[in-house]
Design a binder for this molecule. Structure first.
Ligand code: HEM
Length: 133
């Protein structure tokens, strides 16, 4: 890491800290619950989304460069392995990405930050694919 990187604010700071991450996660799951376009993605999740909300919130805080709430509770995320019970292909990946884009847009996140996060979310979501199509 260069000295410049060490001084750059984390995405966690830019987004607005824990409260903003929680807002993003809550909007993401509200949309997943409401929007017919994300019904396939919703169907993979448990009937109640409370646990999913907490886990994604804890995970994203650390993923964005903030506190490692998820690792403190569960250890190494092993995110791809934890997604193996769910069949994830292009359609599921794209619904996750579209749902997250919509959440960022509706919260009026700064556009350059949203673009940067969208690219990083895409890479992570694509890596989660575990079936063809
Ligand atoms: C590619 C499309 C994706 C699909 C279809 C998907 C689906 C799911 C499902 C069904 C669960 C289980 C929810 C529960 O047990 O309450 C889950 C858990 C989780 N997902 Fe995803 N996910 C995707 C992408 C992502 C991405 C991109 C991230 C992070 C940036 C992520 C982070 C998590 C986390 C942290 C959990 C909790 C893991 C655990 O501790 O059990 N997911 N996901």
């Amino acid at each position: 890491m260069s000295a410049e990187d060490a001084q750059a604010p984390s995405a966690f700071a830019l987004i607005g800290g824990e409260r903003a991450v929680r807002e993003l996660v809550d909007r993401f799951y509200d949309l997943m619950d409401l929007e017919p376009d994300y019904a396939g993605l919703r169907a993979l999740h448990p009937p109640t989304l409370d646990g999913s909300r907490d886990k994604l919130y804890w995970y994203l805080c650390g993923w964005l460069g903030g506190p490692q709430h998820y690792i403190e509770r569960f250890g190494h995320p092993r995110l791809r392995a934890r997604h193996l019970p769910f069949a994830i292909g292009i359609a599921e990946r794209d619904q996750w990405i579209m749902c997250m884009h919509q959440a960022m847009r509706e919260l009026s996140m700064d556009e350059s930050l949203a673009d940067r996060l969208a690219a990083a979310f895409f890479n992570t979501a694509d890596w989660m694919r575990n079936k063809g199509g």
